[in-house]
Write a protein that binds this ligand. Structure first.
Ligand SMILES: Nc1ncnc2c1ncn2[C@@H]1O[C@H](COP(=O)(O)OP(=O)(O)OP(=O)(O)O)[C@@H](O)[C@H]1O
Ligand SMILES: [Mg+2]
Length: 245
């Protein structure tokens, strides 16, 4: 079972879009995938148009959870919304607080991939995802602040790796919101390819309106616009992830 998280400190860089479309891409290839919404915004559950009465918040506190099937081979755990914020505060004072997710999913079986869609912060839920996952996908949109967010995320990863002893954890940078018409996109892509050489996906996710439309119809990109650039880019990324995992 491969465990992946999509995480960066910077908001709006395409984390949820990546988590949803790669998770669905992997499931379309015949893999059984569990997508965990770690964000109180509940964007994963909202995109699929479902609501889990017992989500991640309940899983971390009671061990009880409702796993929702949203497509063939694709399952999700809703976050619990605002309850997850309360749970995070509650967990703050408890023992083994960084390993709650790992503990809660200890008996999970039958999945090929577990995916965590993380909020843009350094909160305890994200630390739990870092302690649990093997590969952290860090999306960088083509601007300066996204690069700063990625640098901060890499620092946190190194720190958590040391503290939790999760030696198997690795990260890969994913360029997102690439727009070939702009100079800044080319400059940023060049710079991050140099800086993160060997730790960056070959796939570049281009700006594509269809990607922002799909959630409105409760669809993934493969359902909403299978021939779009967005679908092509996420197919490619899915293949790359299958190759490296
Ligand atoms: N490649 C893209 N081209 C155009 N729009 C995109 C692209 N990727 C994502 N979007 C849109 O941009 C917005 C932000 O994307 P998304 O929600 O995936 O980011 P996020 O990093 O999860 O945000 P947050 O930090 O708030 O969780 C959404 O409206 C999404 O539909
Ligand atoms: Mg998100």
């Amino acid at each position: 079972m491969k465990k992946l998280a999509v995480m960066t400190m910077k908001g709006g860089t395409g984390k949820t879009t990546t988590a949803i479309n790669v998770a669905h891409g992997l499931s379309l290839c015949g893999n059984k995938v569990l997508l965990i919404d770690c964000d109180p915004q509940r964007n994963v559950a909202i995109t699929f148009g479902v609501y889990g009465r017992r989500g991640l918040a309940q899983l971390l506190t009671t061990g009880n959870v409702e796993i929702l099937q949203v497509r063939d081979n694709l399952y999700i755990i809703d976050s619990g919304g605002r309850k997850l914020i309360e749970v995070e505060l509650q967990l703050g004072g408890s023992e083994q607080r960084e390993h709650r997710l790992r503990e809660s999913l200890r008996y999970l079986q039958g999945c090929d991939f577990v995916f965590c869609d993380c909020p843009p912060s350094v909160n305890l839920i994200n630390v739990n995802a870092l302690a649990y996952c093997d590969l952290i996908i860090i999306p960088i949109a083509m601007d300066y602040l996204s690069q700063v967010g990625a640098r901060q995320t890499v620092e946190v990863i190194d720190d958590i790796k040391e503290r939790t002893g999760n030696d198997s954890m690795n990260f890969r940078i994913l360029p997102t919101f690439y727009d070939a018409r702009t100079r800044i996109s080319k400059e940023v892509l060049g710079r991050i390819r140099e800086r993160f050489s060997g730790r960056i996906f070959n796939t570049v996710i281009r700006v594509n309106t269809a990607l922002s439309e799909a959630p409105h119809y409760n669809k993934t990109i493969y359902e909403h616009a299978p021939l779009s650039r967005g679908a092509f880019d996420y197919y490619r990324l899915t293949e790359e992830i299958l190759d490296c995992c």
